[in-house]
Design a binder for this molecule. Sequence first.
Ligand code: NDP
Ligand code: HEM
Length: 489
Amino acid sequence: MTQEAHVTQGPLTTEAGAPVADNQNSETAGLGGPVLVQDQLLLEKLAHFNRERIPERVVHARGAGAYGTFTVTRDVTQWTRAKFLSEVGKQTETFLRFSTVAGNLGAADAVRDPRGWALKFYTEEGNYDLVGNNTPVFFIKDAIKFPDFIHTQKRDPYTGSTEADNVWDFWSLSPESTHQVTWLFGDRGIPASYRHMNGYGSHTYQWNNEAGEVFWVKYHFKTDQGIRNLTQAEADRLAGEDPDSHQRDLRQAIERGDFPTWTVQVQIMPAADAAAYRFNPFDLTKVWPHEDYPPIEIGRLELNRNPENIFAEVEQAIFSPAHFVPGIGPSPDKMLQGRLFAYGDAHRYRVGINADHLPVNRPHATVARTNSRDGLLYDGRHGGAKNYEPNSFGGPHQTDRPLWQPVPVAGATGNHAAPVHAEDNDFVQAGALYRLMSEDEKARLVENLAGFIAKVSRDDIVERAIGNFRQADGDFGKRLDAAVQALRG
Ligand code: NDP
Ligand code: HEM
């Protein structure tokens, strides 16, 4: 039933559909007497209200989403057999949820934080989710560190506030964060809106073609609206004046037909290059410099339809890096491997075991044929069909063809750090980023970092934090040191 039908047809009813006589006065024993337990409408309304919230996402709680269309603009069949990418001009429906990372559900949009970029392609071979960010790298490179990292971004267990001490203690003791932190405190750390920023798949993924050849890919979504950012002062003001600024901007742009678009590019590395590449190609704290693997334009993404119901379509939307389609798969990136588990687990806790059946989450261009049944809020969609495989009753059967190609491995099991390649260290790309910034941006970067580091209570943490930026670039470290000392007196 559409929203309109709910609003316009017939009398107000209870959840069971019985007409409601009085929605203003609860039922009492006589005039001015106590309320009766037989007033089922009152009890039903209060009980339902108490259960209106589901757990918010443990990260990326605050967000906004929109439907759209992905169009292929270049033949990529030499690299992947994914059907939705099989022909120039082919279009696929999408749903994109943008978010901030650290804030709770009601937090302001205009804050310094990475922005989530969770993109669902409703393909004819199943839903493909690309769960990325607006930055090409990340703070850490092993999933085992993620809960500790996020604890430092959230509220301290004793003070109940976010604490500069915790943030800088962790970052300074995790020097691999230096690249992402440099990016975050630069101009792109506070986008002016969701429309004015790029999206990145961030991780390296596998593409494989009909012949079974393997390629490693990185995705880039370049905003056609142009990059626009807010200064710290502009953001501080906007966060107070209009906490929903990014969400409102996206909805209103789509309402007026000003559909935001992104040019989609990939960097492609033949599998044979990976072992000898100068950087570990599966290290999430590193980019592949464009001069090594030039971005190739392959498509266009347009957002053109707002969700009708935020709770149903945005709050209950689920995205998983483990949702692949034939021709696309994971890389051995240790962060990605952890994420392959984390999201499905979060969905089962947050939305429930049948979350995939909701309209925003289920496949739109094919149907899911599984033998999973029942569970909370199961809608009986499978009718009387057999629920096991193999069976002799025409049930669905396996294809014998894996979605992705096997990856060779060597050596013994162990708690190994990711392999270090010829030019890898935690600072080289942070330095390159600093040096590509304009003089004005460098000054803002130093000011933004210094303002935050100066809040740290312990000298050893301050010194260690500045030391990491000094290793990235001598000038960067010198200027930051001077700015922090000036603030700390
Ligand atoms: P590249 O040409 O490979 O990368 C330069 C890219 O940096 C640009 O294309 C742009 O990415 C991005 N960029 C430009 N200005 C800024 C800024 N102020 N803040 C953040 N990103 C910016 O050059 P290098 O190999 O020398 O890389 C230098 C640094 O560029 C890297 O260390 C990395 O931090 C950053 N970078 C690299 C990307 C890559 O894929 N190689 C992607 C994004 C950032 P875009 O075109 O995506 O807008
Ligand atoms: C959301 C875990 C790293 C992007 C989430 C959620 C969890 C999670 C549990 C909430 C999911 C939900 O409730 O639906 C992790 C873990 C990580 C990690 C364990 C590291 C190992 C990353 C990285 C990126 C990323 C590196 C981007 C490159 C996102 C996005 C969302 C999200 C965009 C929001 C999805 C949505 O809109 O529903 N993450 N995350 N995460 N994460 Fe991660």
